[in-house]
Write a protein that binds this ligand. Structure first.
Ligand SMILES: Cc1cc2nc3c(=O)[nH]c(=O)nc-3n(C[C@H](O)[C@H](O)[C@H](O)COP(=O)(O)OP(=O)(O)OC[C@H]3O[C@@H](n4cnc5c(N)ncnc54)[C@H](O)[C@@H]3O)c2cc1C
Length: 547
């Protein structure tokens, strides 16, 4: 079905119980000519249920309305379930389907719905009737679909998208990057996740970092929480973090050792009165550095350490990345900026030679560096006794966070964090930052705060610190950096204090934009993350910082 392509995209307008997906997945597995990636987009009503394969079942129960990206077969099969009414789910897509599985019995098919469907097709897309019965033949033909002569009398009815009119240029060139070489600047979560998804699609990827080893920046965090953000209006940040958390836990399950590198423990969020506590079952903790290592462990990825990129030049479609002394570090057809706050300087250095998307430089000037310190120490020998029976079994967050009982080479550790300081030039001294973390802990979990007070007082508590890169609206920046039809510079940065929830989903989003693959999030949400998003006022609300 797929003839040696980077990706093959199927749009199923009536996912139902997923039986067509299962059949297509098996067909893809058995196809020696298969594309590197199978994308299957299923539009599903809220009441349908798919019998999830055991390896992902625990992360896929009770999916709410909207888009959900689930990765199967080591990340090479991507299922995007879009739960909601047919017409609104079609309107939120931005793909060029190779095959459409069409349920003509749905009463929602009218002229407008078919036009919306046609926009998701390229010339030559096959449309197969997935249910027997009457197809809206006249409407299909009006929308640009032509009936294929069946090869055999019993063959299902098939149409081909081949309109009499010319297709708009923008549609033809949408996300048309061909698989080649990509240089990724930055080997934190943002860079490693992008490198991983591109390698899965057949790219040769060089990942360059100023540090000697991967995860030398904020992603070197010893342990962090992966937990959804909740807001009354279900803001883009909340939707991104909810779907991103699920995807991140799927990556962790596939690549890491549970109990040692990550834990699907759930997280208790303390919100105080009047809201009360909120239990997040789809949440846990991860050692991000371990995940970065695993993401980079792919034969098509080469990591280059001690390689601060200072300048980019382009010649005949190939970018050259130069180091401190102007030396050549890497060459590639595409470059992804995933170097957090370091993007700013590099983008400014290119401004006179490369035409960047209009607002991106100005926007990068509003980014903030947020210094943070995490306090940690050895768990007491008998933690329940030390904390009067109130030592938690899993992570707790709220104003600050506490992660107990993490196995490390040093022994069983607890982690309490984290400080937020905007004045990175005048960061408080370490003792002061420990005091701030202890005060938060004492308010979050008073008995634990009391149990650990002697450690804080004795100065035996250890510190890990780094700088987060936050954008003006606290949403990551993901997408092309150039406005032309064939961009070759891309960005994936600005993860703020949510890199563990955002990075895997942002990497999927960037890959989808590069290839014209199905989006992992609603188109409207994707537009809210790209470098052309309308400049919004920085939020002045006192949104609770939870790390
Ligand atoms: C104290 C603290 C606690 C946190 N807790 C949590 C948490 O519990 N949950 C959560 O989700 N998030 C948490 N975060 C945030 C999370 O760590 C970040 O969102 C995430 O690590 C950002 O990843 P990144 O890849 O964008 O940036 P980084 O990991 O900082 O990676 C950027 C990389 O780019 C490299 N670089 C920069 N410039 C150049 C250049 N010119 N050339 C080459 N390389 C370059 C740097 O060396 C660095 O390795 C916390 C952060 C801190 C500081």
């Amino acid at each position: 079905m797929t003839a040696a392509r980077a990706t093959w995209s199927v749009l199923d307008t009536a996912f139902g119980d997923g039986s067509q997906f299962t059949a297509c997945w098996h067909q893809w597995r058995n196809d020696p000519q298969r594309a590197a990636m199978l994308h299957y987009v299923g539009i599903q009503s809220a009441t349908d249920r798919y019998p999830w394969p055991a390896e992902v079942a625990r992360f896929c129960q009770d999916l709410g309305s909207g888009f959900h990206r689930i990765l199967l077969d080591d990340g090479q099969v991507s299922l995007t379930l879009c739960i909601g009414p047919l017409q609104s789910m079609l309107a939120e897509q931005a793909l060029q389907a190779d095959t459409v599985l069409f349920d003509g019995s749905d009463a929602a098919w009218d002229k407008w719905a078919l036009k919306a469907l046609a926009k998701l097709c390229r010339r030559g897309t096959l449309l197969r009737a997935s249910t027997p019965g009457t197809l809206p033949a006249a409407l299909l033909e009006d929308a640009g679909f032509c009936l294929n002569t069946p090869a055999e009398p019993q063959a299902p009815t098939e149409y081909r998208y081949d309109p009499r009119w010319n297709l708009m240029h923008s549609r033809k060139s949408h996300g048309s990057a061909t698989v080649s070489r990509c240089a990724v600047i930055g080997a934190g979560m943002a860079g490693a996740s992008v490198a991983h998804v591109l390698a899965l699609r057949g790219w040769a990827v060089s990942v360059l970092d100023a540090c000697a080893e991967p995860a030398g920046g904020a992603s070197g965090l010893p342990v962090g929480l992966v937990v959804p953000h909740v807001s009354v209006d279900d803001s883009p940040r909340s939707r991104m973090s909810r779907n991103g958390t699920r995807l991140m836990l799927l990556h962790a399950q596939r690549l890491l050792v549970e109990g040692l590198d990550w834990g699907h423990t759930g997280v208790m969020e303390r919100r105080g009165a009047p809201e009360g506590d909120l239990w997040h079952p789809m949440a846990g903790w991860i050692k991000p550095g371990r995940l970065v290592q695993e993401w980079l462990r792919h034969p098509a990825i080469a990591f280059v350490g001690n390689a601060p990129v200072r300048q980019l030049t382009q010649n005949e479609g190939v970018w050259t990345l130069h180091g401190d002394q102007g030396q050549l570090l890497a060459q590639a057809e595409h470059v992804v900026f995933a170097n957090a706050y370091g993007c700013r300087e590099l983008l400014h250095s290119m401004a006179s030679t490369v035409e960047l998307e209009g607002d991106v430089l100005a926007k990068s000037d509003t980014w903030q560096e947020l210094h943070g310190l995490l306090s940690y120490g050895m768990c007491p020998a008998d933690p329940q006794r030390a904390a009067n029976g109130m030592w938690p079994t899993g992570p707790v967050n709220g104003d600050g966070s506490f992660v107990p009982n993490i196995h490390t080479l040093q022994g069983l550790l607890w982690f309490a964090g984290s400080t937020f300081e905007t004045q990175t030039a005048q960061v408080a001294d370490i003792a002061e930052q420990h005091r701030a973390n202890h005060a938060r802990l004492a308010s979050l979990l008073p008995e634990v705060g009391a149990a650990l007070a002697p450690d804080f007082a004795a100065g035996t508590v250890q510190a890990w610190s780094a700088t987060r890169c936050a954008t003006h609206d606290r949403l990551p920046l993901v997408g092309p950096l150039q406005t032309n039809a064939t961009p070759s510079l891309w960005i994936n940065a600005g993860m703020g204090s949510r890199g563990l929830s955002f990075s895997a989903l942002c990497a999927e989003l960037l890959a989808s934009q590069m290839h014209g693959e199905p989006l992992p999030v609603e188109a409207q949400l994707a537009r809210g993350l790209d470098s052309m998003r309308a400049r919004r006022q920085r939020r002045t609300t006192t949104e609770t910082q939870t790390f």
